[in-house]
Design a protein around this ligand. Structure first.
Ligand code: BG6
Ligand code: MG
Length: 223
């Protein structure tokens, strides 16, 4: 039975609630183009890179723009997003996250970041949590976005652990698919009806512990 050696965390929606800022900024971009973006449609954007998210939004609105305008509008969206992020403080770290990371540290379990965001470092610094991470894989390092397994495979390689020794924490459907494609144990943070492919789904870290994780991880069925 493989031992649990590393936990890989998505950022947005797992460590910190930046998803609401992404939504506000994307919705503004859609509004600028003359249509609206619903909360339901926003779900498709979670875990997906900036430019892929833009493509999805343009498709939803039935709007076509030039490649140059895409880059320009994505830059405006990112500037608005970062402006919104300025109001964040360490208190915006999602409930229970810091205590769970402390538990992992005490148990000498390695901690990695696996995020599609190019802003990951800025956000981690802003909420003062960067020092917990033994490695960070973010949107600046990956060439293939989630649901491709690359982001989590790179994290495991950085930490020198095998896929079977890793647990991934993800709030996005694409992220859970990425973890499963990497052959890792996937914990969904959110709604079990949405994150159907996860091995375990919890609402957040508040009522979660390393003991509970280990119980599920160690009793899983290995194919
Ligand atoms: C992911 C978010 O973590 O990062 C997506 O879930 C976002 O919503 C993606 O589009 C890219 O983020 P950024 O910060 O590089 O625009
Ligand atoms: Mg996420």
């Amino acid at each position: 039975m493989p031992e649990l050696k590393a936990c890989l965390f998505d950022l947005d929606g797992v460590i910190v609630d930046t998803a609401r800022f992404h939504y506000i900024a994307w919705r503004q971009l859609a509004n600028d183009l003359g249509f609206d973006l619903s909360v339901h449609d926003n779900e498709q954007l979670k875990g997906v890179s900036r430019m892929e998210s833009l493509e999805i939004i343009l498709k939803l609105g039935g709007v076509q723009i030039s490649e140059e305008e895409k880059l320009q509008r994505a830059a405006v969206k990112n500037a608005r997003y970062l402006e919104l992020c300025k109001q964040m403080t360490p208190a915006d770290t999602l409930p229970g996250v810091r205590a769970f990371l402390d538990e992992l540290k005490r148990a000498s379990i390695l901690i990695g970041l696996g995020s599609a965001s190019k802003n990951a470092r800025i956000i981690l610094e802003r909420i003062d949590i960067l020092s917990y991470f033994d490695t960070q894989v973010d949107g600046n390092r990956i060439t293939k976005g989630k649901p491709d397994p690359q982001v989590f495979e790179m994290g495991a390689a950085d930490l020198g652990v095998s896929a079977s020794q890793c647990v991934v924490f993800e709030d996005a459907v694409a992220g859970i698919q990425s973890a499963k494609a990497a052959k890792m144990f996937a914990v969904g943070i959110g709604d079990p009806q949405i994150l159907v492919e996860a091995d375990l789904v919890v609402p957040g870290f508040s009522d979660f512990s390393l003991t509970r994780l280990k119980e599920t991880f160690e009793n899983r069925n290995i194919e």
